[in-house]
Write a protein that binds this ligand. Structure first.
Ligand SMILES: CC(C)(COP(=O)(O)OP(=O)(O)OC[C@H]1O[C@@H](n2cnc3c(N)ncnc32)[C@H](O)[C@@H]1OP(=O)(O)O)[C@@H](O)C(=O)NCCC(=O)NCCSC(=O)CCC(=O)O
Length: 657
């Protein structure tokens, strides 16, 4: 270093998406991560918490503490942030349908720590539109959900002014297969739907501040030059929308502020060490251009396609960010792409396509109509089908997957313990703690708080203050959500599968179609497959692609969407008279859920119908499931769906014979 070393920009926030098992375990993990130089926290909640159920609910079975931390009440939240002063932290909470509730617990916890609401920094994800399209943790219908989002926004801009009440997410759309143009258009259409909902409920003079608090959560895939251009396009388009649609004159209020997690969909199970390169390239897309730089980054771990990452795996990802920020000279430069005609050409192209798509959605009546009519979902299912088709045909190269698959044995993945496994005991222990907590509550205060919440929800008043009162009174996550379920009702989003066409090409699908005809002739009716998603996991891409391809192969397909109980799936198999059942589970709860389906099928007298399962299933679990009676297991390495279809028809054919 010399005297001439230029001043460095402040780096973005460093986070890792973490949380599992229990509040106490997750607190330990948070403090360890902060000790390693992480500058913010990103909380992963388990699926029961994300869908508004307490750990002792029947639907929570097998899911407690799996993909995140279970938070049932203020006691759990206080444990989660024990010895972490919230007034000094910048916390992201990936919470959507019950965002108002988890924010209330967070505020109540801060208040117990002696911190003022106004000091809090952070983000509640709170983007329900993409839950219908991709993540699947919605509870209520679009109108009621947007009203809750709008309540959070209208509350925070006054009471918690540094809080980001929502992150409009294009991240999960890319995980569902979205093209860069779709990511731009669908996310911006979502932001418009939210602002159009909140505009009438805030005084006009406050609207510019409200707009300035809208922030985004974006993805970055491996085509990193296009992704870099996508980020620049987002910045220009958001500025344009704020100016022209909302008349925002303050330039600062129009800034495109975004956080990032880079792509998980493209991480490979074969030769997983190569994912480190992918993650670095993807990160460059969001940090290289200063004028469109991410303000917060979290990176997936190299082994995410294998299972849950361990602390060391997360540390390796954090170190990658630190090397880019502190060892390279990146932060010493202004924008290194301004003036590049090639970059601008691509940006203009992306913006033109995104504007066309935005106009189409606007003409349909906006993002909510485009969800309800299943337009957006169908487009995503089709885009993902094209992506998978290109990998199958070899048109899109994925190193180690469809090319250069030969490999030396990896020293990183050998033996047990190369991924994190959550102890099965955590569920029972969490339920015990919940029982003990409930026993200490003032029941009168709980009931009064729930009555206050119900009244606010049904009378159209902001639910935030009553929710904070409920948090202090010891109301649980399940009680809060159940009260609102009773007022708003529940919702099932369109699957987008019935109208999506796959149009698979190549000889292999022609062979499978012929096989389906032969087996159907033998059966005397068309081969019929049930595609089921048991449990609370809402990541439905796999199930959708199987359903679409099975239909393309000539099968009749029953797919009723996410979050079904094993009992409902077995009922559907009986009623629909299917010949094969395919189950998809990505949350790690495959053992209890698949075995329950198998047992119930036996009990219902249809135990001879073949059951196949797909998901992130480690080899040891694969053995257990095959021993329990599962006919086939598919994991991310089985990327060729047409081959899977061939396999499935063979299974049905063998049974028919
Ligand atoms: C978008 C942000 C980063 C905004 O955060 P903050 O409010 O803390 O930041 P900020 O104050 O807006 O910005 C920080 C600094 O950058 C400056 N700044 C911001 N935007 C700027 C811009 N466009 N141009 C120039 N400067 C800018 C600000 O003035 C400020 O500077 P000064 O400091 O000088 O004032 C946030 O919402 C966030 O962290 N989002 C990501 C959340 C996340 O990680 N979610 C994980 C989801 S995990 C997930 O979904 C996993 C997958 C799954 O579960 O399915």
């Amino acid at each position: 270093m010399t005297d001439k070393t230029p001043a460095r920009e402040k780096p973005w926030l460093f986070r890792t998406y973490s949380g599992h098992s229990s509040a106490a375990e997750s607190n330990k993990l948070f403090r360890a991560n902060l000790g390693k130089g992480q500058t913010g926290l990103s909380v992963a909640f388990d699926l029961p918490t994300q869908t508004g159920y307490d750990s002792d609910h029947v639907l929570a079975r097998g899911e407690v503490g799996k993909v995140g931390v279970p938070i049932c009440h203020i006691g759990d939240m206080m444990t989660l942030f024990q010895d972490i002063p919230l007034e000094k932290m910048n916390t992201s909470m990936t919470i959507n349908a019950p965002a108002a509730w988890l924010l209330s617990l967070y505020i109540a916890t801060a208040e117990k720590q002696g911190a003022a609401r106004s000091s809090l920094n952070g983000t509640t994800q709170n983007d329900i539109i993409k839950e219908y399209l991709s993540r699947g943790t919605y509870i209520f219908g679009p109108q009621h959900s947007l009203r809750l989002t709008s309540d959070v926004i209208a509350f925070t801009y006054r009471e918690v002014p540094k809080w980001n009440p929502m992150n409009v997410c294009s991240y999960h759309l890319q995980e569902a297969g979205a093209t860069p143009e779709q990511e731009l258009a669908f996310a911006l259409a979502t932001a418009i739907a939210v602002l159009d909902t909140v505009r009438p409920v805030v005084p006009p003079e406050d609207f510019s501040v409200v707009v300035s608090r809208i922030s985004f959560f974006v993805n970055a895939g491996i085509r990193f030059v296009t992704e870099l251009c996508k980020m620049r396009s987002f910045t220009y388009l958001w500025d344009e929308i704020c100016r022209t649609r909302y008349g925002i004159t303050d330039e600062k209020a129009r800034r495109f502020r975004y956080g990032v997690q880079v792509n998980s969909l493209g991480l490979t199970e074969p030769q997983p060490e190569n994912n480190v390169y992918r993650i670095l390239l993807e990160m460059l897309a969001v940090v290289l251009s200063k004028d469109a730089r991410a303000r917060a980054v979290q990176l997936p771990a190299w082994n995410e396609a294998l299972g849950l990452p361990r602390e060391w795996d997360q540390q390796w990802s954090l170190r990658l960010q630190q090397i880019v920020a502190y060892e390279t000279d990146l932060l010493e430069f202004g924008d290194i792409f301004n003036g590049s005609t090639e970059i601008q050409r691509k940006v203009d192209e992306l913006m033109a396509d995104a504007r066309d798509e935005l106009k189409r959605i606007d003409d349909m009546g906006g993002a909510v109509s485009a969800v309800e009519s299943s337009y957006m979902k169908q487009k995503l299912v089709e885009a993902n089908a094209r992506r998978i088709g290109a990998i199958e045909s070899g048109e899109q190269i994925v190193v180690g997957v469809n090319k250069w698959t030969e490999t030396e044995p990896s020293p990183l993945t050998g033996g047990d313990g190369s991924i994190l496994t959550v102890d099965h005991k955590v569920e029972a222990e969490q339920i015990e703690r919940l029982k003990a907590f409930k026993a200490t509550r003032d029941q009168g205060a709980v009931e009064a708080a729930l009555a206050g919440l119900r009244a606010a929800a049904s009378e159209g008043r902001n639910v935030m203050e009553p929710s904070i009162t409920a948090a202090h009174a010891g109301v649980t996550t399940g009680e809060w959500a159940q009260t609102l379920r009773e007022v708003f009702g529940e919702y099932r989003a369109p699957t987008g599968v019935s109208r999506a066409s796959a149009n698979t090409k190549g000889e292999k699908i022609v062979d499978v179609r012929a096989k389906v005809e032969t087996v159907s002739a033998k059966l005397g009716r068309r081969v019929k497959m049930l595609v089921g998603k048991p449990g609370l996991d809402g990541h439905s891409n796999g199930a959708e692609q199987i359903a679409v391809r099975a239909r393309d192969a000539g099968m009749e397909v029953v797919y009723e969407g996410i979050r079904l109980t094993p009992a409902q799936i077995v009922n559907a198999a009986l009623e629909e008279g299917v010949h094969v059942v395919g189950l998809s589970i990505l949350s790690g709860s495959h053992i209890p859920l698949v075995t329950e389906v198998l047992e119930r099928m036996k009990a219902a007298g249809i135990g001879d119908i073949p059951v196949v399962a797909g998901g992130i299933i480690p080899p040891e679990d694969e053995k257990l499931l095959l021993a329990a009676g599962c006919a086939r297991i598919y994991t991310p390495k089985d990327y060729d769906i047409t081959t899977i279809m061939g396999d499935i028809v063979d299974l049905v054919g063998a049974r028919a014979a």
